[in-house]
Design a binder for this molecule. Structure first.
Ligand code: ZN
Length: 316
């Protein structure tokens, strides 16, 4: 056989192979996105998960800043414009973003934007009850159980792959690596809790964001305000908490970054009047994380901050 014939055959074979590889991309799988997906999210926790999975493959816009309370946050005109121009929106759901849920659902009913409430995708059997009689079936603070949050990371990964299959391998690999880090975080938290004497494992906080935390890591949990911060704490709420602090001889109680420390200070004063010396054990991140660029500006960093703060305060 002539060298030229051989070369021609080789080129033909390569062309057929190349066509064969391209076939599924054009026929069976959706067109790869011509530009990066424009993804808008509500909470910092979700932003961090999306960032870890998608990295530079998307354009990410988080709406809620550090220190902002998602229960009471009302979206601005600017926020609504940003939401309306998104390809994909992730929000927590389970009525965490109480003042935003209506507009988010509305946008989700249109054709332009896919809207996913990540916590709504979890198995209801894994969720804690809230106030079903008020139309609020489940406690929305699911990120406070790392194992549940791993499932949310899976929901985010699967949605990104579905909308942007061209980057599927990247999303898959990044999610796998991130989930391994989250498993380590879960183990670290359990190891740290083991250092606290059993009888001191009581977590008293400004609002009721730590019920999943209590279930996952073995704390009795109590709070001045309820699961939402939409209503003010009453004198009776404060009194009920003082009873728990005195009865459990809690050495420390905790303030939160999104909530005024006023009510926690009132609990401390009232407990002292009853002869129970209790102090502020530090500041916990509940519904928001720290400033970007600080360790607490990431989910893993803020969860480590929380358990380290709790252990330091309860073992002193
Ligand atoms: Zn909350």
């Amino acid at each position: 056989m002539h060298l030229r014939t051989l070369l021609a055959l080789l080129v033909a074979a390569l062309l057929i192979a190349a066509c064969g590889q391209q076939m599924p991309a054009t026929d069976n799988i959706a067109e790869p996105h011509a530009r990066p997906l424009n993804v808008v999210v509500t909470t910092q926790h979700i932003a961090d998960a999306v960032q870890n999975i998608a990295q530079d493959r998307i354009v990410l816009t988080p709406l809620l800043r550090p220190g902002v309370d998602p229960h009471t946050y009302v979206p601005t005109e600017g926020d609504i414009r940003v939401l309306q121009h998104a390809d994909l929106i992730f929000y927590n759901g389970l009525m965490l973003e109480a003042q935003m849920t209506r507009i988010l659902r509305q946008i989700g009913q249109g054709d332009r934007t896919r809207v996913v409430a990540v916590a709504d995708q979890l198995d209801p059997l894994t969720l804690l009850n809230w106030e079903p009689e008020a139309g609020l079936p489940y406690d929305p603070h699911v990120w406070n159980d790392v194992r549940l949050w791993i499932q949310v990371v899976g929901v985010i990964r699967d949605t990104l792959i579905d909308m942007d299959p061209a980057n599927a391998t990247t999303y898959e690999a990044n999610a796998t690596r991130y989930i391994a880090q989250l498993e380590e975080l879960h183990d670290y938290t359990l190891e740290q809790v083991a250092r606290i004497p059993q009888e001191l494992r009581v977590l008293v906080t400004a609002h009721d964001a730590f019920n999943y935390y209590g279930r996952a890591y073995g704390f009795q949990v109590a709070a001045v305000q309820g699961i939402s911060t939409e209503s003010e704490a009453s004198a009776a709420d404060i009194q009920a908490l003082v009873e728990i602090v005195v009865e459990r001889k809690a050495p420390a109680i905790f303030i939160e970054t999104t909530i005024s420390p006023r009510t926690i200070e009132a609990v401390i004063a009232a407990a002292r009047a009853r002869g129970q010396e209790v102090r502020i054990g530090g500041e916990l991140f509940a519904d928001a994380m720290g400033e970007p660029g600080t360790p607490e500006g990431t989910y893993i960093g803020m969860m480590r901050h929380n358990i380290d703060t709790i252990v330091a305060a309860l073992t002193q």
